[in-house]
Design a binder for this molecule. Structure first.
Ligand SMILES: [Zn+2]
Length: 138
């Protein structure tokens, strides 16, 4: 298990978390792109291991999810699901994105035409992404 430490742009918010198998995930959905101006890159951390210090605000972006951000500098902190309180932390908070490799893209068919992420990782369409997270075969 490795401890990673990161902070928002202004340094008001500090995040410490454990990773056992650091992996990056990118999401191209409309909400993630609006919130981050690109794909939302998150890093897989051990659930419950995250310690967040400093002022934080959340925005309820859908019935099931919220997005955390720093009220001073606006840095994206996490995407979280409300029911289970799981949080996917923004990889950009951590130096070198936690040293983690990109393993999957969500909503890959909604990635804007003007750019693409290279590599041989998995790319799920919107339907495949929704099926994965709802347990429905779409
Ligand atoms: Zn900040």
């Amino acid at each position: 298990m490795t401890e990673i430490k990161g902070q928002c742009l202004c340094g008001a918010v500090n995040v410490t978390a454990q990773t056992d198998d650091p992996k990056l995930r990118a999401c191209h959905c409309d909400m993630c792109r609006q919130h981050t101006s690109g794909a939302f890159f998150s890093i897989k951390t051990v659930p419950g291991s995250e310690i967040v210090e400093g002022p934080v605000q959340t925005y309820r972006s859908s019935e099931w999810a919220e997005r955390g951000f720093c009220p001073t500098c606006g840095s994206t902190l996490w995407y979280g699901t409300v029911a289970d309180k799981a949080r996917n932390f923004a990889a950009g908070l951590f130096p070198n994105a936690g040293g983690a490799p990109l393993v999957i893209e969500f909503f890959a068919d909604q990635c804007p035409q003007g750019y693409a992420l290279s590599g041989t990782h998995k790319k799920l369409t919107a339907d495949e992404t929704i099926a994965l997270f709802t347990g429905n075969d779409a």
